[in-house]
Design a protein around this ligand. Structure first.
Ligand code: GLY
Ligand code: MN
Ligand code: MN
Length: 463
């Protein structure tokens, strides 16, 4: 938790951006797994955390700009709850720690909102991303469920995105904690993954390290020998000789700020010559893209720069041919790099994705492309000092996609289809790091982690 004054400053700034009405920011409630009392680990809503800092379930933050008050609605535990939970600080005590002096019971929220609605006060809220949010909004505001998506406040979304996009020093310090816990996970995977293990055996150890770091996984780990499947969560495949492993994992620090790193390594102690060659192509693209990060540049242009580097490398490998810029413009590289280069990172791994990509990654005038590949680019807009972003190019050899394109002779002026057979069982390679955009360029967040072929092989060769 940060200081009470920081939360107060954030709420005041949000209030100034909105100017009037009521800002309704519900926190999350417990979510049940298999029976009511069996909960998933509690995860507070990120926007609620940003403005109200408290992790307890069942709170609602409200900023009443017309009355000039900030309130927290929620309930204290009673003696029967205490039997199960032990003593819990009163809501008033916790509210004081985040600079809120007005606390009400949750059951008073509806009446408060009814009064506001009866006087025509606008009530602003964000898009719900859990079914219970939709039901709460329906109950509190008497909006038909079907009308809720169209009733969210774009003004509020834009105001919050403008604030959460620029990370303060205290937030960057927390992201670094998340990245450094993620580093310990990556180092464990690099050192201790061995032939014969299942993906889940290592994935489980990585989750243990995230929890030991004081937080938890920020997202389900991707630890797989099928790295060509972009979001393939670990399972019971065995690590077998000759395969590559993609390890894409992230710890959330105790504050919930996230790390997000990917390394790719051989099950064996060393890469094969072909694996090494493809790895160098991805590394070159990753380093070129990272070096181009600076305020004022479109992230979309950095994505395209990385694509051009990948095409250059694939031409060297004999898989592609023709003009590099034309190949990228036509999307020929998307046979091997189907997704976007990266995303914002913060309290969420895909930061603020619940607020809507058109506002987080794009603008009113920069609209998302519908072209295969570009349509998966989460972030395109101009970078600003204080943004935290990932850079994560990859090459993914998906047999089904290669077969489909080959049968259709798709973009065959750019692709040497007869050379693809050697790659049917290659898998995928991704390299991912997290960067702060600074006034002069960029800063790698967290301690440096082995990344070159030599650095990775040196770790794999450890007994
Ligand atoms: N870990 C998911 C991603 O890198 O976007
Ligand atoms: Mn990522
Ligand atoms: Mn990742």
């Amino acid at each position: 938790m940060f200081s009470a004054s920081l939360y107060r400053e954030r709420r005041t700034k949000l209030g100034a951006l909105m100017s009037k009405g009521i800002i309704l920011l519900p926190g999350n409630i417990e979510s049940s797994m298999s029976y009511a009392a069996n909960h998933y680990p509690f995860r507070q809503d990120s926007t609620f955390l940003y403005y109200f800092g408290l992790k307890r379930p069942g709170l609602v933050g409200l900023i009443d700009l017309d009355q000039g008050t900030e309130l927290l609605f929620g309930d204290d535990i009673d003696i029967e709850d205490l039997v199960w939970t032990g003593p819990v600080a009163s809501l008033a005590t916790e509210a004081f720690e985040v600079g809120v002096s007005h606390v009400r019971r949750l059951r008073d929220l509806k009446g408060y909102l009814d009064t506001a609605r009866s006087t025509g006060t606008p009530i602003y809220f964000l898009p719900p991303y859990r079914p219970e949010h939709t039901l709460q909004l329906h109950e509190w505001l008497e909006i038909p469920i079907k009308e809720i998506p169209a009733s969210v406040s774009v003004l509020l979304i834009k105001a919050i995105v403008s604030m959460r996009s620029i990370k303060g020093e205290e937030e960057v310090a927390e992201i670094i904690k998340g990245v450094n816990i993620t580093n310990t996970m990556q180092l464990a995977a690099l050192k201790y993954s061995r032939e014969g293990m299942t993906e889940a055996q290592m994935g489980g150890k990585l989750q243990g390290l995230a929890i030991a770091g004081g937080g938890n996984l920020a997202f389900p780990t991707i630890f797989t020998v099928n790295g060509q499947i972009l979001h393939n969560h670990y399972g019971d495949n065995k690590l077998t000789k000759g395969r590559l492993v993609i390890c894409d994992c992230g710890a959330a620090a105790p504050s919930d700020y996230s790390g997000d790193l990917t390394r790719t390594f051989p099950v064996d102690k060393t890469f094969t010559p072909l694996q090494k060659e493809v790895y160098q192509i991805v590394l070159q693209a990753q380093e070129t893209a990272a070096a181009a990060l600076k305020p004022g540049i479109l992230y979309k242009d950095i994505h395209l720069l990385a694509c051009a580097e990948l095409v250059k490398g694939l031409q060297g490998l004999g898989l592609m041919r023709g003009d590099i810029n034309e190949s990228v413009a036509e999307g020929a590289h998307t046979l091997f790099f189907q997704c976007g280069l990266g995303h914002m990172l913060g309290l969420d791994t895909h930061d603020m994705e619940n607020l809507g990509e058109p506002y987080v990654g794009y603008t009113d005038t920069l609209i998302k492309s519908t072209q295969f590949g570009l349509k998966f680019l989460r972030l395109a807009r101009t970078l600003e000092t204080g943004f935290v972003v990932t850079v994560e190019p990859g090459l993914y050899f998906i047999p089904e996609l290669m077969d489909e394109w080959r049968a259709a002779k798709k973009l065959e002026q750019f692709i040497n289809y007869d050379k693809l057979d050697a790659f049917r069982n290659f898998g995928g390679i991704r390299i991912e790091e997290d960067f702060l955009v600074t006034s002069t360029g960029r800063k790698l967040l967290g301690d440096p982690l082995p990344k070159t072929v030599n650095e990775i092989e040196n770790l794999r060769l450890c007994p």
